[in-house]
Design a protein around this ligand. Structure first.
Ligand SMILES: [Zn+2]
Length: 438
């Protein structure tokens, strides 16, 4: 087999991996890089790519140079499949450039998340005629490569690692994972019963170089949030990704500990509902203490997409501005800057606070200024409450020890050169685009 990391050997984000056997080529992930490859100080956003052709994007270093993957480049023998490990932009953000008739493989939950991301955020993976939905540990065969997906614990629900087998060799791609989330049992399961005989382990290392950061488990985070909420008088607002299911559960449980009304926005409510797990805290699963906030921005998006039933189904559980005002200090409410003016109309009690539950760097970006101004106007206290979606070094070590690969290849890390000191001589650092014969 042949392995090429087209992007991701020394950066977080923009991941793209190719695995090839004699008759088959597959691509795993095709993410948006976090920054412009030509100017690392510039954040890369979807809109900045609009109007550019595929050759231009390849020339700019934004699309990795992979033959047979994109439309708009003339006749090339197409790759046999594209796999997606999980629904994070830095793994799927460039899928819209993939040839329409290439078969796409992704987890069932990932597919649902992507639908919601398109409707509520405008993140599109484009039209793909041929989609295959993967199930945990159910192998699929693509030409002469056998792929087995493994559900992993990550901040994206339904995230998967992939085992690729061909020509008597095994490559295991960890994808993004951690061992301290609400699905840590998945991590422990992989460690207890590791895949035997792995030749190459492609292992993410987001947390390498960030080890000084506090890493709470989701349970610890829940406790911290609820402790903090108890000593504050006013309304508790929170910001987290509508797709971070673990975190939504954490906030719900923290809210329950301090007793108030828990309010989701339409995005989060629909994500939790669509996943179809009865344990997730939405009113349609019997959680009568959860309410749904109807905001203009999301209602408009649902109308545009002809998805009005995605707000109509919450009518019985809608919290009106008046009810929110009455709940006031007792309410624990999901917040987005697109609805700041609606909160202002409702009125914000004195002594309110905002729990910020995303990577701290995002709060330093210009896109956060609107929220910052809103917080200042109402003297709302800003409190960061977050934990990483990625494995800490100890868990990376446990994982590598259990999997016992012949070779470890760093990916999704800014510090590939630190791997050797932690994982020994079996580490092999690659360059983007370099082929490794397995
Ligand atoms: Zn991720």
């Amino acid at each position: 087999m042949k392995l090429i990391i087209h992007r991701g050997t020394h950066e977080i984000g923009g991941t793209c991996v190719e695995i090839a056997a004699e008759h088959t080529r597959i691509i795993i992930d095709l993410g948006m890089p976090l920054s412009d490859p030509r100017d690392k100080s510039k954040k890369l956003k979807d809109f900045s790519l609009r109007g550019k052709t595929v050759p231009e994007l390849i020339g700019d270093g934004i699309l990795p140079k992979v033959s047979g993957l994109y439309w708009g480049v003339g006749k090339e023998k197409p790759v046999d499949a594209v796999l997606l490990s999980h629904p994070h932009q830095d793994h799927y953000g460039l899928f819209k450039y993939v040839l329409k008739d290439i078969r796409i493989f992704l987890g069932e939950d990932t597919d649902k998340m992507l639908q919601a991301a398109e409707i509520f955020q405008g993140d599109r993976i484009g039209e793909h005629d041929d989609k295959v939905l993967l199930k945990d540990r159910e192998p699929v065969t693509i030409g002469d490569i056998k792929i087995t997906p493994f559900l992993v614990d990550h901040s994206a629900y339904g995230a998967m690692a992939f085992l690729a087998e061909a020509e008597g060799k095994k490559i295991f791609y960890s994808g993004d994972f951690r061992g301290h989330g609400r699905k840590k049992a998945l991590f422990e399961k992989l460690i207890e019963k590791p895949v035997p005989g792995i030749d190459v382990l492609l292992m993410e290392g987001t947390m390498m170089g960030r080890q000084q950061e506090d890493t709470w488990t989701e349970d610890e985070l829940e406790r911290e949030i609820s402790n903090e909420a108890r000593v504050h008088e006013g309304m508790k607002l929170f910001i987290c990704s509508g797709q971070n299911v673990d975190r939504l559960v954490t906030f719900y449980r923290a809210a329950k500990r301090s007793g108030p009304v828990f309010v989701l926005d339409l995005y989060a409510a629909n994500v939790l509902h669509e996943l179809g797990r009865k344990s997730l805290p939405v009113p349609t699963n019997g959680f009568k203490d959860v309410k749904v906030l109807f905001t203009h921005h999301f209602m408009k998006r649902l109308s545009i997409y002809n998805m009005k039933h995605w707000y109509e189904r919450w009518r019985t559980y809608e919290i009106s501005p008046a009810a929110l005002q009455r709940a006031g200090k007792k309410a624990f409410v999901m917040f987005r800057d697109s609805s700041a003016h609606e909160f202002e109309k409702t009125g914000i009690p004195k002594g309110s606070m905002l729990f910020y539950s995303m990577w701290s760097q995002y709060a330093l970006e210009p896109s956060f200024e609107k929220t910052r101004a809103f917080l200042d106007r109402h003297s709302i206290e800003f409190k960061e409450m977050h934990t990483s979606g990625h494995a800490v070094l100890d868990d990376l070590k446990r994982f590598a020890d259990a999997m016992k690969p012949e070779t470890i290849v760093p990916i999704h890390t800014e510090y590939p050169n630190e791997y050797r000191q932690h994982f020994g001589n079996k580490v092999r650092c690659l360059h983007d685009g370099e082929a490794l014969a397995v």
